[in-house]
Design a protein around this ligand. Structure first.
Ligand code: ADP
Ligand code: ASP
Ligand code: MG
Length: 411
């Protein structure tokens, strides 16, 4: 049995007209002799609408009930789309996460997939040509509904492709592929024919929401070829694949940004063994992901500790820190929610020098101040004022010549 997994995002299933386009794409693959697992997101705007609604009822809605609520978005999409397929006599059925089941841990709102019952899906596929699976959702060991975090349908699709050993996993969205940066804020962005898993992982981690981070982790781990492409045209998109030598010729392959950032500074904490652990252990226990961390050099046994957390976790993090502030000697707890992170990414950084200097002088030329810098082997990130995000992205994109086909800018 030849098997293809196709995932369609929110804008691809936004209304009847869009769903008819999706149906044409599915029919095309059936004609080529494949059976298809179609993974759908909620209709565009629906997940936000549900979150907003719950927010009016409660400041901190119960996370388990939030997942029950949010999973309804995908349930609507899969039922409507299956009705549409059946209109043409196609042997199709819809399936929800808990019916498969897609087994996850208990981290409501950002659950991780632990297991997928592939045999059960294959058995269902013996009786159907198309299985329409609700993305973004699974269930824990007590059959409670869980969701996989924003953008989680990408992960549902790649995880299903890995579990079923599908020939290909296609991610259909509202842009033609993975670009050198977000084409919606930089018109000069260029579509990449191929991108290495590792680069895509950094791009996604640094904020490029075209693929959810965990979907790329799955693809890399299980070597699933992923094709990111548009629902609204037939052009080939971008293949996310294993790295090869040719990819290293470009110094930088993309620029990403993330506005979901908040900066916190603990002023004058004791510069002693154990203080960092006292700060970050309770934050980790609250399941909050800390990103950039900077500790200043010691001044008379005291230092400042600055770090970033997702903006939505700012209040909770501040509450945690208020409880330990005196114990660690901090004279003040400062924060700033109007910050953003811009990053340049490329496997070519491993063997090109001077990338940081180009990035910093490009930002300087636009008078953009850098608050924190962090680096890895294949990325450089700068925390800046949020209002300069778009300008910084366009400036960095230009500085590295990313609008040109051969962007192997030499130092
Ligand atoms: P879907 O609803 O189909 O899952 P998303 O909105 O989650 O779509 O992801 C697609 C969006 O990702 C694009 O509309 C684009 O604005 C954004 N994006 C950010 N960075 C990139 C990039 N490097 N290449 C392509 N799209 C990007
Ligand atoms: N509907 C969810 C969201 O909006 C999951 C997804 O679209 O991938 O984040
Ligand atoms: Mg998405």
């Amino acid at each position: 049995m030849r098997l293809m997994v196709q995932k369609y995002g929110g804008t691809s299933v936004a209304n009847l007209e869009c769903m008819q386009k999706v149906r044409e794409k599915v029919l095309h693959v059936l004609d080529r002799g494949f059976k298809v697992v179609v993974v759908l997101s909620a209709m565009s705007g629906e997940t936000n609408r549900l979150i907003e609604m719950a927010g009016k009822w409660s400041k901190r809605p119960d996370p388990c009930e939030m997942d029950v609520l949010l999973a309804t978005g995908e349930q609507v999409s899969v039922s409507l789309f299956t009705i549409l397929l059946k209109e043409l006599g196609i042997k199709a059925r819809s399936v929800l996460g808990f019916q498969i089941p897609i087994q996850t841990d208990k981290s409501f709102g950002k659950a991780r997939i632990l297991d997928i019952d592939a045999e059960k899906i294959k058995a269902t596929l013996n009786r159907h040509d198309v299985l329409v699976v609700a993305g973004f959702q699974g269930c824990d060991c007590e059959q409670r509904i869980t969701t996989l975090g924003r953008g989680g349908s990408d992960t549902s699709a790649v995880a299903l492709a890995a579990a079923l050993d599908a020939e290909l996993c296609e991610i259909y969205t509202d842009v033609e592929g993975v670009y050198t940066t977000d084409p919606n804020i930089c018109p000069q962005a260029r579509k990449l024919k191929r991108i290495a898993y590792e680069e895509m992982l950094e791009m996604a981690s640094m904020g490029a929401k075209v693929l959810q981070i965990r979907s790329v982790e799955f693809a890399k781990k299980y070597n699933v070829p992923v094709h990111v492409r548009s629902t609204f045209c037939d052009q080939p998109g971008t293949l996310v694949v294993q790295e090869d030598k040719s990819m290293e010729s470009a110094m930088v392959s993309g620029v990403a940004y993330d506005k979901d950032q908040a900066r916190i500074t603990l002023v004058d904490v004791y510069d002693e063994p154990g203080v960092a652990a006292m700060i970050f252990e309770p934050i980790a226990r609250a399941n909050i992901v800390v990103d950039m961390i900077v500790q200043n050099p010691s001044r008379g046994g005291k230092t400042d500790m600055t770090f970033t957390v997702p903006r939505g976790n700012l209040e909770e993090t501040l509450n945690i820190l208020k409880k330990i502030k005196e114990q660690i000697g901090a004279s003040a707890l400062l924060y700033d929610a109007d910050v953003a992170k811009v990053s340049v990414i490329g496997v070519g950084m491993r063997n090109h020098s001077g990338v940081a200097a180009i990035a910093f002088s490009a930002l300087k030329n636009e008078n953009i101040n850098i608050m924190i810098i962090s680096t890895s082997e294949i990325k450089i990130s700068c925390l800046i004022e949020e209002k300069y995000t778009e300008l910084a992205v366009r400036t960095l994109h230009e500085a590295f010549g990313l609008d040109q086909e051969s962007s192997a800018k030499k130092c």
